[in-house]
Write a protein that binds this ligand. Structure first.
Ligand code: PBG
Length: 336
């Protein structure tokens, strides 16, 4: 296509024009707020590496959820912090496990809220790996799948609206789909962490969830940050295995991967704006080096612009507060 060349210029745009021509909007309905839930005690404990985030007791979380519902947030992602860990992650699928209990409570009190549960073993195993180990001390993929199936079904039984496997074992989406179907949860969707990189941006999360591996790392089952095409293969596999939403994680250092996925697959796409991405902004804002609100809006717009339909972000609650304070930033006084 040829553009007219007789009047080269860049338009100077008023706020109204900027709005009219804006290509990307994000609304609260595209944001998902993650929460860490502890099993015992009362109140909420601050997570040092993630200012503004907490480990919530069940009762304090219910109060929080009442608040975010009023602010207009409709979806949450839950991570459980069990009291007891063991070799086979039994608390991850226990009927009275931390997640199972809190999901039942949440659905009883807030039936409308979309509850997504993280399906993984790393927070529930003594060694902190995302699967269980063989006698040789290696991840046993197939044995891990059996446990993950039980975890996913137990979450669905408790009332989870969506299950989100983040473990990266091979074949987990199909295994979980089969198990959910067999247990009568044919319409419970799977949000799969399809392209999950072995990223150092998860650092603060591991402090929050006490889930650092005791030995080794997660490189054998998470992706090399240098790989872009591999991400497409991972996503394709998860779609073929029956995922309903696929996710790229982290978000900011992987916007190209989000864009590729958006173009290659016409499929619901999520991005996880992870703990390290959150904490960097918080730290800089606390030091007075950045305008937090503006930077957060810019980042979330960028993730949406890259192609993510849904964004999981620890900023979600604050964004909902900011939007409430100034729903229309260019509100003007009428002259009569
Ligand atoms: C568990 C899991 C992790 C995150 C989400 N699910 C940690 C990891 O893989 O080490 C990271 C989220 C974040 O950093 O905010 N497998």
């Amino acid at each position: 296509m040829k553009y007219p060349s007789y009047r080269p210029r860049r338009m100077r745009r008023s706020e109204g024009l900027r709005k009219l021509l804006r290509e990307t909007e994000f609304s609260l309905s595209s944001l998902i707020m993650p929460y860490f839930v502890k099993e015992e005690g009362r109140g909420k404990d601050p997570i040092e590496a993630m200012p503004g985030q907490f480990r919530w007791s069940p009762d304090s979380l219910l109060e929080e959820l009442e608040e975010i519902q009023e602010l207009g947030l409709g979806s949450i992602l839950l991570f459980g912090l069990p009291q007891e860990k063991d070799e086979v992650a039994s608390q991850a699928f226990a009927q009275k496990g931390v997640i199972q209990e809190i999901v039942r409570l949440i659905k009883k009190n807030f039936p409308e809220l979309i509850v997504i549960t993280d399906v993984c073993l790393c927070g529930y195993t003594v060694h902190g790996h995302c699967g269980i180990l063989s006698d040789q001390g290696e991840i046993d993929n197939d044995a891990s799948l059996k446990i993950l199936q039980r975890v996913a079904v137990s979450h669905a039984e408790a009332g989870a609206d969506i299950v989100a496997p983040s473990d990266m074992m091979d074949g987990r989406v199909r295994a979980i789909r089969d198990a959910l179907d067999a247990a009568g949860f044919k319409s419970t969707p799977i949000l799969s962490y399809a392209a999950k990189y072995a990223s150092s941006f998860y650092g603060p999360f591991r402090e929050a969830a006490h889930s650092s591996p005791l030995f080794g790392d997660r490189k054998s089952y998470q992706m090399d940050p240098a790989n872009r095409e591999e991400a497409m293969r991972e996503i394709q596999m998860d779609i073929e295995e029956g995922a309903d939403i696929v996710m790229v994680k982290p978000a900011l250092a992987y916007l190209d991967v989000i864009r590729d996925a958006k173009q290659k697959f016409q499929f619901p796409l999520a991005a996880y704006n992870v703990s390290g991405e959150y904490s960097m902004i918080k730290a800089a804002a606390q030091a007075g080096w950045l305008d937090e609100k503006k930077v957060v809006f810019e980042i979330l717009t960028a993730i949406r612009r890259a192609g993510a339909q849904l964004v999981l972000t620890y900023h979600a609650k604050e964004v909902s507060q900011w939007l409430k304070e100034a729903p229309n930033s260019s509100a003007r006084n009428l002259k009569v």
